[in-house]
Every structure is written in structure tokens, then in C-alpha cells.
Design a protein around this ligand. Structure first.
Ligand code: HEM
Length: 373
């Protein structure tokens, strides 16, 4: 057994419930991450190549929202981190310690990225050159994504831990030789532009833009989402193809847990949803349609794409760990129902408060935009 000994304290809630909460919160984190990675790059490019007055209006509208998006990236990252530690602690703590120096540096890099986002938006608002500030923020965010992909793949490779620890106990080395790491990271980056494009299609429905601006934003967003959706599909197929044979077999239902064939179905669901989203985006982009309903269809598709992706990704992790002797379902559970009940009430109330906050911010942005016109 290459994993540390299991914690003798039993889990306080059923494993299926912890996994469900993990997948829901992680899918929401991924939506925010993709909006950040894609929206930021689009805003940088629009502010660099100012082809038309609408380019700058769009870059400003995106940049203004990115600081808010970042709060969602962070706050929606915390719950899945806690659930992942409960379910996979023996693997995740080990890999986090092995790349400890980089892992802890995420806090500093994140703070710098956040500050740069504010600078980017402020410089755009005051008409100063801003693209290089935004690009620096994007590079740092992309590096954080790389570190997260590194840790989430290293936790699946107990066979390299010993040798990494012998090379350095200071956590100063990044692992090498994992064929799944780069496709997985590039998949997230490509997904950024795909979701960023859908976000623009949604934004084009906002009443604060003029008819010209709406048409520009919908056209651009649709084309970006359609084009990058195809790249996203290709990256997804690549990331799936480099998974070990035992994982692919498990996703087809051939493992000790046939239940994982649902994760395999989720993979096909992801594929179908991205194709539909590409068609919807092409309709918005090339048909130059900026109807509000189209934006909402984009939002719904983006959510479903991230949920199916997260379910599939969860299957890949469980099956990889299972093939190395780590069975996530094999834990002693002593459910404390009163605590679970209290947690669920607070969780639902928390989601309600977040929804209310989003609506307040949306209304405030509308008022600010109307005032600045
Ligand atoms: C700019 C900021 C961030 C970016 C760009 C980012 C990006 C990513 C990416 C790309 C992944 C997927 C990695 C993979 O599996 O290949 C990921 C996973 C994750 N992120 Fe973030 N993230 C950011 C901030 C955060 C923060 C602040 C937290 C927590 C406080 C967080 C928590 C997580 C967790 C827990 C996972 C994986 C969970 C799991 O696999 O169970 N992230 N993030």
C-alpha cells in the first residue's frame, strides 16, 4: 500500500453525499474559473487590438466584471477543497506536501493576480494602456491553473511520491513524466475561451449596450465560442485518450464499481452538450442575433457542460486511485444527522444569499454602466 494509513476517525456523513456536494461545488468553481481565464484573455486582446470603438466598450465591460468573477473563483474553490480533503486526504495531502513550496505560493500569486485585475479595469476606465497589465494577470492565473492540474494529477501517482520526496523534502520540485497533465491543463484553458465566448453572448442581451454594441458583442462572443468550442472538444478527446486503459475500461462499466459507467455517460453528455453549444454560438455569431433568450441558453449549456465534465473527471480520479489500491468508498461512516441537517440548511441558505448577491451586483453594474454612458 503506497498511501498513508487511513484516519481512524470515521467520516461524519455518507460518502455519496460528500461526493455530491463536492461535484456540485466544483462544477460551480469551474464555471467561474473558465469565465476568468477566457474573459480576461478576451478583454486583453480587445484592448490590444482596438479594431472599433465597440472593442473598448466590450473590454471595459468584461474587465469591470472580472474582479467580481474572481471572488466567485475563490469562494467556490474553498468548498470542493474541503470535500476533496475529506474524501481523498491521504492522496491529496501527500501530493500537496510534495509540491509544498509551489502549493503555498498560490496564495501570493492569487493576491497579485487579484490586484492586477483591479489595475487592469481601472486603467481601461481611465483610457490608459492596460493590455500588458491584463496579460500579466492572465499569465499568473494560467500558472495557478497549471499548479492545480499538477497537484490533482500528482495525487493520482503514488508510485512517484517516494522518489520525489527523496530528491527534495522541501517541496521545491514539480513532477515530470505524467502524460495526462498537459492535455488536462490545456483543456481548462481552451474551455476558458469557449465559456468566455458564451459569456459575451449572454452579455450582449444587457440593456445598457447600444444596438451596435449588442450586435458586435453577440457576433464576437458567438464566433469565439463556436471556434474555441471545437478546440475545447479536441482537447477533451485528447485528455480522455491519454487516460490509462484500466480507467477507460472502468468508465465503460468494467470495474468493481459498475456505477462508474455513469461517469462514462457523462463524458458522452459533455461531448453532445459542447456540440450543441457550438451550434448555438455559431447561430449567435454568424447570424448576428443578440436576443436575450440566446444568452440564457448559453448560460444553461455552460452549466451543464461543467457539471458533466466534473462527473467524468471524478470518475477518472476514482478509477485511477482504485487501480492503485485506494477505494474512496471504503471508509467507516458514522453519520451525525443533526450536523448534516444543519449543514444542508446553511448550504441552501448560503446558495440563496449568493444568488441574491449576484442579482445585487448585476443591478449595480447596470446602474454604473447607464451612468457612464
Ligand atoms: C486564479 C485562480 C484559480 C484558477 C485559475 C483555478 C483553476 C483551477 C483548475 C484549472 C482546476 C482543475 C485542475 C485539474 O484537475 O486539472 C482547479 C481545480 C481546483 N481548484 Fe481552482 N483555481 C483557482 C483558484 C482556486 C482557489 C482559490 C481554490 C481554493 C481555495 C481552488 C480550489 C480548487 C480545487 C479544490 C480544485 C480541484 C478539486 C478536486 O479535484 O477535487 N481554486 N482550479
Amino acid at each position: 500500500m503506497q498511501f498513508p494509513a487511513v484516519d481512524p476517525i470515521p467520516l461524519p456523513a455518507p460518502i455519496w453525499l460528500l461526493k455530491l456536494l463536492h461535484i456540485v461545488t466544483l462544477a460551480l468553481h469551474f464555471v467561474a474559473v473558465e469565465m476568468l481565464l477566457g474573459g480576461l484573455l478576451l478583454a486583453v486582446l480587445l484592448s490590444l487590438f482596438r479594431g472599433s470603438p465597440q472593442s473598448l466598450v466590450t473590454a471595459r465591460a468584461l474587465a469591470r466584471r472580472l474582479t467580481v468573477v474572481m471572488t466567485f473563483v475563490i469562494n467556490l474553490g474553498v468548498p470542493p477543497l474541503l470535500f476533496a480533503q475529506v474524501l481523498y486526504g491521504r492522496a491529496l495531502y501527500t501530493s500537496s506536501v510534495l509540491i509544498g513550496l509551489y502549493w503555498i505560493s498560490i496564495i501570493a500569486i492569487l493576491t497579485l493576480t487579484y490586484w492586477l485585475l483591479y489595475q487592469f479595469s481601472a486603467r481601461l476606465e481611465s483610457g490608459k494602456s492596460a493590455w500588458w497589465v491584463g496579460l500579466s494577470a492572465w499569465l499568473l492565473a494560467g500558472f495557478i491553473a497549471r499548479l492545480l492540474s499538477t497537484n490533482m494529477t500528482l495525487m493520482l501517482r503514488p508510485e512517484v511520491w517516494q522518489q520525489m520526496y527523496s530528491a527534495s523534502g522541501a517541496g521545491a520540485y514539480l513532477p515530470t513524466g505524467d502524460p495526462t497533465l498537459t492535455p488536462r491543463w490545456l483543456l481548462m484553458l481552451a474551455g476558458g475561451l469557449f465559456i468566455g465566448g458564451l459569456w459575451l453572448v449572454y452579455l450582449s442581451g444587457r440593456s445598457t449596450f447600444s444596438a451596435d454594441e449588442k450586435q458586435f458583442i453577440a457576433g464576437l462572443g458567438g464566433k469565439v465560442a463556436a471556434g474555441c468550442g471545437v478546440v475545447y472538444l479536441a482537447a477533451g478527446l485528447w485528455a480522455a485518450s491519454v487516460q490509462p486503459a484500466v480507467v477507460k475500461a472502468g468508465l465503460a462499466g468494467q470495474s468493481a464499481y459498475p456505477l462508474y459507467k455513469f461517469a462514462g455517460f457523462a463524458g458522452y453528455g459533455w461531448l453532445a452538450l459542447v456540440v450543441v453549444a457550438v451550434l448555438v454560438a455559431a447561430f449567435a455569431g454568424f447570424g448576428k442575433v443578440s436576443a436575450g433568450w440566446l444568452g440564457w441558453v448559453g448560460v444553461l449549456l455552460a452549466m451543464l457542460v461543467e457539471i458533466t465534465f466534473t462527473v467524468y473527471r471524478d470518475g477518472v480520479r476514482d478509477l485511477t486511485l482504485l487501480s492503485k489500491g485506494y477505494d474512496v468508498w471504503d471508509r467507516v461512516v458514522v453519520t451525525n444527522w443533526s450536523v448534516v441537517g444543519l449543514f444542508l440548511v446553511l448550504f441552501v441558505a448560503g446558495l440563496g444569499v449568493v444568488g441574491w448577491l449576484v442579482s445585487v451586483v448585476a443591478r449595480a453594474t447596470k446602474t454604473m454602466e447607464a451612468a457612464s454612458l
